[in-house]
Design a protein around this ligand. Sequence first.
Ligand code: SF4
Ligand code: SF4
Length: 220
Amino acid sequence: MPYKFTFDLTMVPQKFFKELAVIIDSKKIHKRTGKILNSMIERFRLSELTGLDLTAILQVIEDIVDIQLKNIAYRQKFIQSSKKALFLPHCARKYIDNRCRAEFDPEIPTFRCKRCSPDCLINQASSMAEELGYDVYVVPGGSCIPKIIKTHGYDGIIGVACGEEIRLAYTYLNEHIAAQAVPLLKNGCSKTVFSLESLSKILQKPSGPGDREGLHRARM
Ligand code: SF4
Ligand code: SF4
């Protein structure tokens, strides 16, 4: 389910996300802690940068905060999970018309990237994850994820999607699955953008269970 508006946070300074991560880490922030978010949004002039009104930008940032808090809560369980998969959104393909050479397998369902464009986010993200031993799916929507998880018995998953789709995906999961998520920085259901750096931190395997550094690396 997409947001009812489009957003593009790619021009928001990294300092904003770093500061947000520090506040989340220190647990001084909680979902719906509007005051802190409002002042940060104002200080970094996010409405001006993104062209969104305050209500919309607040909704997007609150969703990002909620995702980060859940990532922290489930990180240890995710690290300890034995079978992991990465779910990528089809909307982040470089092309969503027939210039994309990916084959669609309706049985799973997933797109199978054919690596036609080295600068395609899906190509880069799936290569990175496969090298680390993850199974990768490029899905047409979040509703197909439960079937894939059940069929293959995954107990650790990473999902990349817009905040609303991630929020919906949490409702598909049960207590046996540890999830981590990376929110889109630009939505709109085509040519969407996410941070490869954030994904890389989440994908990285820590050196051992209980590795605090691994926990920190996974944050933003
Ligand atoms: S690199 Fe893969 S996902 Fe990207 S446009 Fe080419 S085939 Fe499609
Ligand atoms: S932006 Fe992408 S992940 Fe979000 S609803 Fe649209 S297609 Fe799905």
